[in-house]
Design a protein around this ligand. Structure first.
Ligand SMILES: Nc1nc2c(c(=O)[nH]1)N[C@H]1C(S)=C(S)[C@@H](COP(=O)(O)OP(=O)(O)OC[C@H]3O[C@@H](n4cnc5c(=O)[nH]c(N)nc54)[C@H](O)[C@@H]3O)O[C@H]1N2
Ligand SMILES: Nc1nc2c(c(=O)[nH]1)N[C@H]1C(S)=C(S)[C@@H](COP(=O)(O)OP(=O)(O)OC[C@H]3O[C@@H](n4cnc5c(=O)[nH]c(N)nc54)[C@H](O)[C@@H]3O)O[C@H]1N2
Ligand code: SF4
Ligand SMILES: [Mo]
Length: 702
C-alpha cells in the first residue's frame, strides 16, 4: 500500500495517536485535503492494529467548529474575545511579559502545562525550553494529581526517579494496585496491547487486581477489593510478612541494598492483623498474597494513580518498591526494573536530591516543589497573596486547571488579579476563557512528531516518526513554534539553542544505548510504521543506574521513617465514613474530548454507589443527589451498583463544562474538583501530592 508523507495530500497517511501514552499507530485517509477516515495501523509493529475510540476522534477535534483557530484577544469579561493577528498578539504579549518580569522579577511569572502537550516531542520541548528561557520558578503541572509520589518514592530508594515498571512480556504473576489498564491503557509504562499482555500472563499464571471498585481490569482477572487508600496498610503488611516469614531474597539484599535491619525493625508493628481492618482484607489473605508473590519465579507488583493520591501515597509507593526488591523481583526477567539501558533522559534523572529538590517552596504556605513542579494546591495562594514573588503573569499550555485541579473552580479569583494571562489551547475552555489571549495550537494530526521521549518506559521499545497528516487548520501553530517565537520577541530565545527538536531527537537516536541501536531520524523516516528496537532489558548493569553515591538500593530512608511514624499515630478509620475514589472511562480523556458527540453521546458521568449505602440514604438508581465534602458540594446523578464496595463511591473528573463548547456544556455532570481537598495543608506534606482518593464525602437526595 502506498502512503503519502505530504501534509494534506490526498491518500493514506501513517501516523500515531497522542491522546494517551499507548501512542497507537493509525492510518489517516485524506480526500480533498480533509481527513475522512482514521483506522488502526495494522503494520505498526508495536500496537499491531490496536486503537480505541479516542484515536479516530482526534479528527473530530481537529474539525470541531468550536475550536479556536485564530489568536484571540480578550476585550471584556471572561469569554469575550476578538480575533487578532499573530504578530499583534505576540508583540503585545512579549512587551507586557517583558515589562512585568523586568519590574517584578522572574519569580512573578508562572507556567501551567498540562497533559496533552506532554504526549508530543516538539510540544513538550517547547514548553520545557520556554520555562528555561523565562527562568521560571513557578511551574504547575498535573504531577501533584498524578505522579509526584511515585517520583519521590523511587528516588528515595534508588537515588534516581527513572521509572521502574513490570516486564509484562515475561511475567507470570502480576499484582496491580490502583490501575485499570483495560480502560486507561497504562501509564508510566507503555504497552498498547496491554490487555493481550494481561491475558497471556493470566494464562501462564495469575493477574491480581487490588481496587475498591470491580474495575474493567478487575472483572477480567482476580479481584481483591480494598478500602480506599488502604494500600499503605496492605503493602506495609505484605512487606512485613516477607521479612517476618524469612521469605526475603537475602542474597540480593546483601549484595545490593542498605538499611535492611532498620526496615525490619521499623515496620515490624505493621502486622496483617493490624492492617486487616484498615484495608478491608483478611490477615490470612494478606499473608497469602505475600507468600504467593514471593513464591512465583516471575512475579511483579505494579501500581498507578489509584495508589498515588492518598495521604500516604509516597509511603505506599515506597512499600510497593520494597515488595519487589525484598521479594527478589527486581531487575530480572518477568520482574520489575528500569527500561532498556541508559538514555539521555536517564542521565538527567540520576542523582539523589533531584526529585526532593525543594528549590521553589511556596512563599505562602511553604509547601515545597518536588520534581521541579509546584503542588497545585499552592496555585491560588501564589496568585492572591500580596508581596514579592506574587504571580502576576501566567502562561497555560494545554492545561485546564479549572476542571483538573483540586480547588480549580476558585482559580478565577487569582486569574482576575493577573496583569497578563495567556493560554495556548485548542479551545476556549473553562480556563482559557479567563486569559487575555488564547493562542491556537495545532492538534496531533497537524504536527510532525517523534516518540523517542517515551522509549525508555516501553515494555518493548519502539521508535516512530510521523509527519503531519494535514496542514494546520486556520492559523493554528505548534507549541514549539509559538513559544520559540514569543521567546525571540522577548530577546530570550537562547535557551532554544540552534537545533530544532528533530535535530535534537536525531542526535539522541544516533547516540542510542552506547551507540548500539543503529537508529537515526532518516532511518525512521524510511520506516513510517516505526521500528522495534532490540535491546536486552536485563542485559545492562543496573547498578550503574542507581543514583545513590554508595551505589546501593536504600531500603530505609529518613523520609520513609517519618512517614512510618506518622502512620503509626494514624487513628483507626471511621467504619461509617463514605470515601470517594476517581473514575476513568474509555470514551473520555480528562476534560478535553467531551465536545466530540460520538464519544459522549452514550456516556454520562454517574456517581457509583453501593446498594447498601444507597439504601441507607434512600437513594435510588438514576436519582439526583448532593455529593458534598468539607470543601464543597455538587449535584450528580447516582448509579446504584455493587461494582463499588460498601463505604466507597466513585465519580470521574473533567465534567461540569462551562467553556465555549456546544456539546460538552450541554452534558450533565459536575466538576469533581469543586469538592476535592483544596488547601495546601491537605496535601501529603512530603510530596505536595493532592488528596484525591479516599477523602470523606456525604451524600443526600438533592
Ligand atoms: N480512557 C482514558 N484513558 C486514560 C485517561 C483518561 O482520562 N481516560 N487518563 C490518562 C491519564 S492522564 C493517566 S494519569 C492514566 C492513569 O492510568 P490508571 O492509573 O490506570 O488510571 P485509572 O484508569 O483511573 O485506574 C485507577 C484505578 O485505581 C482505582 N483506585 C482508586 N482509589 C484506589 C485506592 O485507594 N486503592 C486502590 N488500590 N485502587 C484505587 C480506581 O478504582 C481505578 O480502577 O490514564 C490515562 N489514560
Ligand atoms: N479529581 C481529579 N482531578 C484530576 C485527576 C483525577 O483523577 N481526579 N487526574 C489528574 C491527572 S492524572 C491529569 S494528567 C490531569 C490533567 O490535567 P490537565 O492537563 O490540566 O487537563 P486536560 O483535561 O488534559 O486539559 C488539557 C487541555 O489541553 C487542551 N489540549 C488538548 N490537546 C492539545 C494540544 O495538542 N495542544 C494544546 N496546547 N492544548 C491541547 C485541551 O483543550 C484542554 O484545555 O488532571 C488531574 N486532575
Ligand atoms: S489507547 Fe486510544 S487514546 Fe490511547 S493512544 Fe491508543 S488510540 Fe489513542
Ligand atoms: Mo495523568
Amino acid at each position: 500500500m502506498a502512503f503519502t508523507t505530504i501534509p494534506g495530500a490526498d491518500g493514506d497517511h501513517v501516523t500515531y495517536c497522542r491522546v494517551c501514552e499507548a501512542l497507537c499507530g493509525m492510518v489517516a485517509t485524506v480526500a480533498d485535503g480533509k481527513i475522512v477516515k482514521i483506522r488502526p495501523d495494522r503494520d505498526n509493529p508495536h500496537s499491531r492494529g490496536h486503537i480505541c475510540v479516542k484515536g479516530p476522534a482526534l479528527a473530530e477535534v481537529t474539525y470541531d467548529p468550536d475550536r479556536v483557530t485564530t489568536p484571540l484577544k480578550r476585550v471584556g469579561d471572561p469569554g469575550e474575545f476578538v480575533p487578532v493577528g499573530w504578530d499583534e498578539a505576540l508583540d503585545d504579549i512579549a512587551a507586557r511579559l517583558s515589562a512585568s518580569v523586568d519590574k517584578y522579577g522572574t519569580q512573578s511569572f508562572a507556567m501551567n502545562s498540562g497533559n496533552p502537550p506532554s504526549m508530543g516531542w516538539p510540544s513538550s520541548m517547547g514548553t520545557y525550553l520556554f520555562s528555561r528561557a523565562m527562568e521560571c520558578t513557578k511551574l504547575f503541572t498535573p504531577s501533584s494529581e498524578d505522579i509526584t509520589s511515585v517520583v519521590l518514592a523511587t528516588e528515595l530508594i534508588f537515588g534516581t526517579h527513572g521509572f521502574v515498571f513490570p516486564d509484562l512480556a515475561q511475567c507470570d504473576h502480576l499484582l496491580i494496585f490502583g490501575s485499570n489498564p483495560l480502560v486507561s491503557h497504562g501509564s508510566l509504562l507503555i504497552a498498547p496491547r496491554f490487555k493481550e499482555d494481561l491475558v497471556e500472563i493470566a494464562e501462564r499464571g495469575r493477574v491480581i487486581v487490588v481496587d475498591p471498585r470491580r474495575s474493567e481490569t478487575a472483572r477480567k482477572f482476580e479481584h481483591v477489593s480494598i478500602i480506599p487508600a488502604g494500600d499503605v496498610w496492605l503493602l506495609g503488611a505484605m512487606v512485613r510478612t516477607v521479612l517476618a516469614e524469612g521469605l526475603a531474597d537475602l542474597d540480593f539484599i546483601e549484595r545490593h541494598c542498605t538499611g535492611f535491619a532498620e526496615l525490619r525493625a521499623a515496620i515490624d508493628w505493621i502486622t496483617p492483623e493490624l492492617a486487616a481492618p484498615r484495608c478491608g482484607i483478611e490477615a490470612e489473605e494478606i499473608r497469602t498474597l505475600a507468600r504467593d508473590f514471593v513464591a512465583a519465579p516471575r512475579a511483579a507488583a505494579m501500581g498507578r494513580i489509584g495508589i498515588c493520591r492518598a495521604s500516604y501515597s509516597t509511603l505506599t509507593n515506597y512499600f510497593l518498591h520494597l515488595l519487589n526488591v525484598v521479594g527478589g523481583k527486581f531487575h530480572k526477567p518477568g520482574g520489575v526494573g528500569w527500561g532498556h539501558g541508559g538514555t539521555a533522559t536517564d542521565a538527567q534523572s540520576k542523582g539523589p536530591g533531584q526529585a526532593r529538590h525543594k528549590r521553589h517552596s511556596s512563599r505562602v504556605s511553604g509547601q515545597a516543589s518536588v520534581w521541579g513542579t509546584q503542588s497545585s494546591l499552592t496555585f491560588l495562594e501564589e496568585m492572591t497573596t500580596p508581596g514579592e514573588g506574587r504571580i502576576r503573569t501566567l502562561l497555560t499550555v494545554g492545561a485546564n486547571p479549572l476542571l483538573s485541579m483540586p480547588g480549580g473552580p476558585r482559580l478565577p479569583e487569582g486569574f482576575a488579579m493577573l496583569d497578563l494571562m495567556v493560554s495556548v489551547d485548542l479551545y476556549m475552555t473553562e480556563t482559557s476563557r479567563h486569559a487575555h489571549y488564547i493562542l491556537p495550537a495545532t492538534t496531533a494530526l497537524e504536527r510532525e512528531d517523534i516518540n523517542q521521549f517515551f522509549m525508555n518506559h516501553m515494555v518493548r521499545p519502539f521508535a516512530q516518526y510521523a509527519p503531519a497528516v494535514i496542514a494546520p487548520t486556520g492559523e493554528a501553530r505548534g507549541e514549539y513554534e509559538i513559544l520559540r517565537d514569543l521567546a525571540a520577541r522577548m530577546g530570550r530565545a537562547d535557551a532554544f539553542g540552534n537545533m530544532t527538536p528533530f535535530e535534537m531527537a536525531d542526535g539522541a537516536l544516533q547516540a542510542g544505548i552506547e551507540g548500539r541501536d543503529g537508529l537515526s531520524l532518516a532511518k525512521l523516516k524510511n520506516n513510517p510504521h516505526g521500528l522495534m528496537i532490540e535491546r536486552g532489558r536485563w542485559a545492562f548493569d543496573f547498578e550503574k543506574r542507581i543514583g545513590h553515591p554508595d551505589g546501593k538500593i536504600h531500603l530505609w530512608d529518613a523520609i520513609a521513617a517519618e512517614e512510618v511514624e506518622r502512620l503509626r499515630a494514624e487513628p483507626a478509620p471511621d467504619p461509617n465514613a463514605l470515601r470517594l475514589i476517581n473514575l476513568r472511562k474509555l470514551r473520555s480523556i480528562n476534560s478535553w474530548m467531551h465536545n466530540v458527540d460520538k464519544l459522549v453521546r452514550s456516556d454520562e458521568p454517574r456517581l457509583l454507589i453501593n446498594p447498601s449505602d444507597a439504601a441507607a440514604r434512600q437513594i435510588d438508581d438514576g436519582m439526583a443527589v448532593r455529593l458534598s465534602s468539607q470543601w464543597g458540594a455538587i449535584e450528580v446523578v447516582a448509579e446504584v451498583t455493587d461494582e463499588v464496595r460498601e463505604g466507597c463511591v466513585a465519580y470521574p473528573h473533567g465534567w461540569g463544562h462551562r467553556g465555549a463548547w456546544r456539546i460538552a456544556n450541554a452534558k450533565p455532570g459536575a466538576n469533581l474538583n469543586e469538592i476535592t481537598p483544596a488547601t495546601p495543608d491537605q496535601a501529603e506534606q512530603v510530596s505536595g501530592m493532592s488528596w484525591l482518593e479516599g477523602f470523606p464525602v456525604e451524600i443526600s437526595a438533592a
